[in-house]
Design a protein. Sequence first.
Length: 368
Amino acid sequence: MNNTDQTLPIFREYPGLGERLPRIPLGAFPTPVRKLECLDCDNLWVKRDDLSAAAYGGNKVRKLEFILGEAKRLGKRDVVTIGGIGTNHGLATAIYCKKLGIKCTLLLFEQPVTSYVKRNLLLYRYFGARTIFTGSLPKTVLAYFLTHRLFHPAAHYVFAGGSDVYGTVGFVNAAFELRRQVEEGLMPEPTLIVCPLGSNGTLAGLALGVRLAGLRARVTGVRVTAPYLGPIPASTPGAVSNLMAQTLRFLRRADSGVPAVSVEAPEVLDDYFGDGYGCPTAACCEAIDIMKIKEGLDLEPTYTGKTFAAVVDMVRQSRTRDEVVLYWHTYNSADLSREAASVDYHDLPAEFHRFFEMPEVPVPVCHD
């Protein structure tokens, strides 16, 4: 499948990639950058990936352009992916699969129930995804790699977060997009980029991308998922570095002009995870409140709230003095409340009903 669209910055830099990498345009790029005034920091900026698409934004759009492009190239008619019951990746996959006429199956594991988790469960139904509750995270991974594939071998399988080499390429390109915005004078060149570390793809792509693009920024990931799945590294510096290396080999096979750069792991902050995946922390709740009240931007307690909590601490501890800090905002800002309200949770498979009948995990508001 030839991709003749040369508008992506990475395709202009390495034309061979545009000829060889399958891609389906889904987003509205470049996403804006703007200065933030909510903290006492002279050079704090945000990259608004929440505006990456009108239908549904966030970081998943960049990944799905390449992931679904490859699925289409292979002639696949069913995409299977996994995540927590409130997975934003699963929702984005459902939305864009529906747009492309591809079936979507979500294998879902339990996570703390918040209002946005309930909303996403309703939205999977609205956008036509087949949802299967697989219990714990280990059982879900087993179903993904073994049991589901035995019965559905022809499907296209996408791991959690869309963080394979195809999805990671989307964030390598994002670094080239950022370089162009710096060259156009839309923001000063950042010295520090902060993003969530969940399934590795966003951090790995940005860390690799800034090196390929020649930007001086350090990229720091804030870990928001468990570091290990049993004995297997999941969200660790080593896992990020491995994905960077795999993606670099993939790019160099597609275009020999891509240089061999360092795949040394970026910095990972471990102090903001809290009690578990999707469990709000006090710092996370304060960060959500600061951003909503002072900037009008919505964060959530699983990824972006914890990530911006790290930025808040950096500023308060004077660690950003003389830095140009870019917070990469990965949440969706499209309002899908009407769509969610049109779905009755009783229409979901019965195993999901209890999540609507139990108390939500409280997300306190910490007015500053």
